[in-house]
Design a protein around this ligand. Structure first.
Ligand SMILES: Cc1ncc(COP(=O)(O)O)c(C=O)c1O
Length: 358
């Protein structure tokens, strides 16, 4: 196990490496194997892979629990929802990643759950909705409105109500926020985003400090088979080594850009929670202006997803599944690690050219 007294930036570099012996490689090699010689711990490729274990050791060390890698962030979320009883009562953000909301709504449509949507920035609303709940699902900051929840308070409420507290920590990353330390039961990530960090893999992960929950999640993965590929975990672990540097630089850029964007004539509201690398802009000219800006950028990339070294943006309501609490003219920015002056010049030029009236 990685020394938990090491700083998080150090753990990101050292966790999950092979034992130190002569001629051992510094990185766990990629293992392409569907089966293993009998009598060991792994046995079969749906049950384990040395590359998964290395990635899981590293993420577990950063979040302070035991991790399990999944084929995608939504596969990790599905595994967590499999812990719910039938007719479960779930408290969840009124804006959250659309895929997560769609998963929950699917359960509701099947008659298997009741959903209580709350503004997670309002701790009272979360506490009031928790009566009789089986699960409080937080995403903090939320995607794309960047609402921030009081995780510690929600953990106290969840404990008192006997509900599970799950936190999607994709946007904050364990560099900036560690929900298990704040009392959450399970953390989930779309490792596709900041953890891997280079827009080249789709991957998910769960982390928990509870051995019983870990066993049930592992059983689910074995049986349902939403497993990661060996290359994906290798790339994600390679990306994870620079997580602290990347998050530090991207956050510094995001802070600077959010200050400069505040008061920009094309922008009516800047949403920035004060930390992290995500910024959302409400465009004065609504959907047309947001589309025009997304078309006009030359350095930024008009693309969905986030958390890569490169800066991307998109108008979220171009997706029909996006919540209607999100305005038509909202542009979500994922700030990368480029030079901030280049990012500003490109964004300012694109924003300055767009229509400002509906
Ligand atoms: C906050 C958040 N959680 C979960 C997911 C789902 O992850 P994946 O696309 O890896 O399945 C996403 C994807 O955008 C996300 O933004």
């Amino acid at each position: 196990m990685t020394d938990p007294t090491l700083a998080v930036a150090t753990r990101a570099v050292v966790a999950g490496r092979p034992a130190r012996k002569a001629d051992a490689p510094l990185n766990v090699p990629v293992t392409f194997a569907s089966t293993f010689h009998a009598g060991g711990e792994v046995e079969y490729g749906r049950y384990g892979n040395p590359g998964w274990s290395a990635f899981e050791e590293a993420v577990g060390s950063l979040e302070g629990g035991t991790a399990l890698a999944f084929a995608s962030g939504l596969a990790a979320a599905s595994a967590v929802l499999s812990l719910l009883p039938e007719n479960a009562v779930v408290v969840a953000p009124d804006n959250a990643y659309t895929g997560t909301r769609s998963l929950l709504l699917e359960r509701v449509a099947q008659g298997r759950a009741t959903l209580r949507s709350v503004n997670v920035a309002d701790a009272e609303q979360v506490a009031d909705a928790a009566a009789g709940a089986d699960l409080i699902w937080l995403e903090s900051p939320t995607n794309p409105l960047l609402d921030v929840a009081d995780i510690e308070r929600a953990a106290a409420v969840a404990r008192a109500r006997g509900a599970l507290l799950v936190v999607d920590n994709t946007f904050a990353t364990p560099i900036l926020q560690r929900p298990l330390e704040l009392g959450a039961d399970i953390v989930v990530h779309s490792a596709t985003k900041f953890l891997a960090g280079h827009s080249d893999v789709v991957l998910g992960v769960t982390v928990t400090g509870d051995a019983g929950l870990q066993q049930r999640l592992d059983d689910h993965r074995r049986l349902h088979g939403a497993i990661p590929g060996p290359m994906e975990v290798f790339l994600a672990l390679r990306g994870l080594r620079t997580l602290a540097l990347r998050v530090g630089q991207a956050q510094a850029n995001a802070r600077e850009l959010s200050t400069r964007l505040d008061g920009h004539p094309a922008v009516s509201l800047v949403r920035y929670p004060g930390f992290g690398a995500m910024v959302s802009l409400e465009m004065r000219g609504g959907a047309a202006a947001a589309d025009a800006a997304a078309d006009a950028v030359r350095l930024w990339i008009n693309a969905t997803s986030l958390g890569g070294v490169e800066s991307t943006l998109e108008r979220r309501r171009r997706w029909p599944s996006e919540a209607d609490t999100v305005s038509e003219g909202l542009l979500r920015l994922s700030v990368g690690i480029e030079d901030v002056e280049d990012l500003w010049a490109d964004l300012d030029t694109a924003l300055s050219a767009v229509p400002r009236n509906h």
